[in-house]
Design a binder for this molecule. Structure first.
Ligand SMILES: *Cc1c(COP(=O)(O)O)cnc(C)c1O
Length: 424
């Protein structure tokens, strides 16, 4: 498609956008009385207008029913989490029984490692990406130490080549082969939080399985952003937070995928709690754990219903739209933003480069720009002028043109503000 750097072209794209009506289903902060251009949906998604009613419903049921709400609320609390299985299974490409919602992301990855990281003196290594999200790095280190191994022996990072910003698939596959039968687990972020690089989950999972390792994915930046087929790709487990692309609210609950092939495997460890116990017998308060047959069998505690409520509102929105429509717009608006950045570069000789892969199959809803000059001043200028982006040390601004609520006109307007900021 031939893009143009004009307001009228951007407006025309908005008119043709099938998701346009959803822009009014989100609440935008304002700067100087104007709706902001919001590029940080990869960090905290905007509040859906329908979220509040879902929270109010729980508050009202609590007021009117108190303990009876567990069974008699409009959406009973004791199995409230089961309402996520259908919509989320479509978001991540899973069977409904492979999905559960609980805790928060890092906690769930730890719990999944209890099950899927079973090191032996022969097979104890973990492959991850270099410069993984810090929480994941701390998790790996503490898990390895917990099992009595040294992080420097057990954690194998896949590096970027000298002068390159992204990890090559061939280097991931070579590392898997090199570690071979010492490999216990591969756990990588499906979309890199810093560069926006999308990993080839299917190919990497297949390669690691050939060595006999388990494979899990941290989908913090992938859920609600990229096309996933976790079941068909034979991913062993995955977890994601819901407050980024899934717009569930700050610090909110995490989704978990456990492949069906593991649901009844008694050789796997798990940390148990009463909410993972056989649903029909949960309140019989029996002494021995008899897990639910499915990802819900990894549940531990009864759930924080007030925080699940806005997540459910958001899931229903994803269910209405479907990932295919979302991805279609995502690709177009991301390409348009890339075009605008190149136009600005041509016009003012901007001193920056896009470090996100230019190949559309290796990126999703994020472009990261590395600034070579006075980065911080430009970032401050953007923020003062209603462009909400985020700053990552040493000199990177991440832009996520989230297809649910960003418009093509936003991209055009951003280009004008960026140009003015660079010219200063
Ligand atoms: C955002 C993010 C997290 C956040 O973890 P929490 O436990 O929800 O605080 C973890 N991993 C990755 C890759 C992330 O991008």
């Amino acid at each position: 498609m031939e893009f143009k750097n004009t307001k009228s072209f951007a407006k025309q794209c908005d008119q043709e956008d099938k998701l346009q009506k959803y822009q009014s289903e989100f609440i935008f902060p304002k700067v100087k009385g104007e709706k902001v251009i919001y590029f940080t949906g990869n960090s905290l998604g905007l509040q859906p207008t329908r979220a509040k009613a879902y929270v109010d419903e729980v508050m009202d049921d609590w007021a009117n029913l108190a303990v009876e709400g567990h069974f008699y609320a409009n959406k009973p609390w004791w199995d409230y989490h089961e309402r996520f299985a259908n919509p989320l299974s479509k978001v991540v490409g899973a069977l409904p029984e492979e999905i559960t919602v609980m805790n928060t992301l890092t906690v769930n990855l730890h719990l999944m490692m209890v099950t899927f990281y079973k090191p032996t003196p022969k097979r104890f290594k973990i492959i991850c990406e270099s410069k993984a999200f810090p929480s994941d790095q701390y998790m790996f280190q503490s898990q390895v130490c917990f099992h009595g191994y040294k992080p420097s022996d057990a954690i194998v990072e896949i590096d970027r080549r000298e002068g390159e910003h992204n990890i090559r698939l061939e280097d991931v596959l070579a590392k898997i082969e090199e570690v071979g039968d010492e490999l216990a687990l591969v756990l990588i972020g499906g979309v890199n939080y810093y560069t926006g690089q999308v990993f080839d989950i299917k190919t990497i999972t297949e390669a690691a399985h050939k060595t006999g390792a388990y494979v899990g994915w941290d989908l913090a930046h992938a859920a609600g952003n990229i096309k996933l087929e976790l079941h068909d790709w034979n991913v062993d487990f995955a977890a994601w937070c819901s407050y980024k692309y899934m717009n569930s609210g700050p610090g909110n609950a995490s989704g978990v995928f456990v492949h069906k092939s593991h649901h009844t495997d008694k050789s796997l460890n798990r940390f148990a709690g009463w909410w993972g116990h056989n649903k029909e017998r949960r309140f019989k308060m029996e002494p021995n754990f008899n897990p639910v047959n499915g990802a819900d069998g990894w549940q531990i505690s009864n759930l924080p219903i007030l925080s699940l409520a806005p997540y459910l509102a958001s899931c229903e929105m994803f269910d209405e739209i479907g990932m295919d429509a979302l991805i279609e717009k995502r690709d177009k608006i991301t390409a348009y933003l890339e075009f605008i950045l190149h136009e600005v570069e041509k016009e003012v000789g901007g001193n920056f480069e896009i470090i996100t892969p230019s190949n559309p199959t290796e990126r999703a809803s994020q472009l990261s720009i590395l600034l070579h000059g006075e980065g911080r001043a430009l970032f401050d200028y953007l923020m003062e002028n209603g462009v909400i982006t985020d700053w990552r040390e040493p000199n990177v601004i991440r832009l996520a043109p989230v297809p649910l609520y960003c418009s093509f006109e936003d991209m055009y307007n951003f280009g004008q503000i960026l140009k003015a900021g660079l010219a200063k």
